[in-house]
Design a protein around this ligand. Structure first.
Ligand SMILES: Cc1cc2nc3c(=O)[nH]c(=O)nc-3n(C[C@H](O)[C@H](O)[C@H](O)COP(=O)(O)O)c2cc1C
Length: 334
């Protein structure tokens, strides 16, 4: 690998933590982050993370084994905290001696961090507020990911640049913190490293890597899109639950807004109970990411993408993307 002395110095703690050559994580992306992309990222000196998503323990078991077959480098597993079989999934990670588990999608339930640490793995958690970050680090989390609203997928309300200013001066000296959301080029990585981050996590930039199994139509949608096309989902009525997701606007996102209005009107007229209304909204996107990523239905599916999508213009091997990011970062630091 080429040498990047300034970058390597600032990434050292992150690299030691991950066991990698670069402190660049490819954030788990459901349906996208499977064996091929994960192995490609790790083989290129980054840190790939399997997206467990809604997988059963059996499927996760097979995915970890298959990934091991493609790389002997470290990689992690991302588990969603609401998964009804979370502790069985942790047991699968333990059997495979996975080195790093990322807990996403909410506050880790009681005992989960301990169960992961018990088999020797490191635990990475997301924290939307500084107070929660402190609590999670005190109760055993080994590292933190702060992710701003520019990111693709499920998002919080605050921009990465603001989170970085709030969290890094307070936590980065004593803790490993990775910054995610809206990073498309190495100059941005340099800025966060200089603020004390141990490394960064990117999703959007890697989603269309040559090794990604995403459908060609999904990749084309990324290549065509500008930053402004990656919109956060809109909540039309406070009574109806909408988890904010950033995705490319399409027929599906338009229909979703329309559907919320219809369901709200049914509620107003008393034709439907609250529980039924909420269920209808929750179920609207069921299976939608798979439809976009695997089936290539980019009109009705959920084309999750971050605002950095405008910087994704062509298919490139993962190794080339990582090399480009490292070169840009090094140039900025030199
Ligand atoms: C298509 C897609 C699917 C995603 N799925 C997940 C997921 O299953 N679990 C998760 O923790 N994050 C998920 N994310 C977020 C990424 O892991 C990563 O944190 C994010 O993409 C970083 O911001 P960026 O998109 O601006 O690079 C997803 C992102 C995208 C673009």
């Amino acid at each position: 690998m080429a040498t990047y002395p300034n970058t390597s110095r600032l990434m050292q703690r992150g690299c030691e933590f991950l066991g990698t050559e670069t402190a660049i994580l490819c954030g788990a992306m459901s349906w996208v982050s499977e064996r091929n992309l994960v192995a490609a990222i790790s083989n290129a000196g980054g840190f790939g993370v399997i997206a467990c998503g809604a997988m059963t323990p059996e499927l996760l078991d097979a995915e970890i084994a298959a990934t091991r077959g493609l790389t002997d480098k470290p990689f992690g597993v991302n588990l969603i905290t609401m998964h009804p079989m979370l502790f069985d999934l942790i047991a699968v990670c333990a059997r495979h001696k996975v080195g790093h588990v990322v807990l996403a999608g909410g506050i880790p339930p009681k005992g989960s961090v301990e169960a992961i640490r018990e088999f020797g793995a490191k635990v990475l958690v997301f924290a939307p507020t500084l107070a929660l970050a402190r609590r999670l680090l005190r109760s055993g989390a080994d590292a933190l990911v702060i992710e701003g609203s520019e990111a693709g997928g499920h998002i919080g309300p605050v921009a990465t640049s603001v989170l970085a200013q709030e969290f890094l001066p307070e936590l980065a000296e004593d803790h490993v913190v990775f910054v995610a959301g809206g990073i498309g080029r190495g100059e941005m990585i340099a800025a966060y490293l200089e603020m004390g981050a141990s490394g960064v996590q990117l999703g959007t930039r890697f989603a269309c890597a040559s090794e990604s199994i995403a459908h060609p139509a999904f990749k084309q949608a990324f290549f065509r899109a500008n930053a402004r096309d990656a919109e956060a989902s809109v909540q039309v009525d406070p009574r109806l639950p909408v988890i904010p997701v950033r995705a490319l606007k399409n027929k599906g996102t338009e229909l979703f807004t329309q559907r919320q209005r219809e369901v709200a009107a049914l509620l107003d007229s008393g034709k439907i109970e609250m529980a039924e209304a909420q269920l209808q909204i929750e179920q609207f996107w069921a299976g939608a990411l798979r439809r976009a990523v695997i089936d290539g239905d980019v009109e009705n599916g959920s084309v999750m993408a971050g605002q950095s999508v405008g910087m994704v213009t062509r298919e490139q091997p993962a190794a080339e993307i990582i090399a480009e990011l490292m070169q840009e970062c090094e140039a900025a630091l030199s």
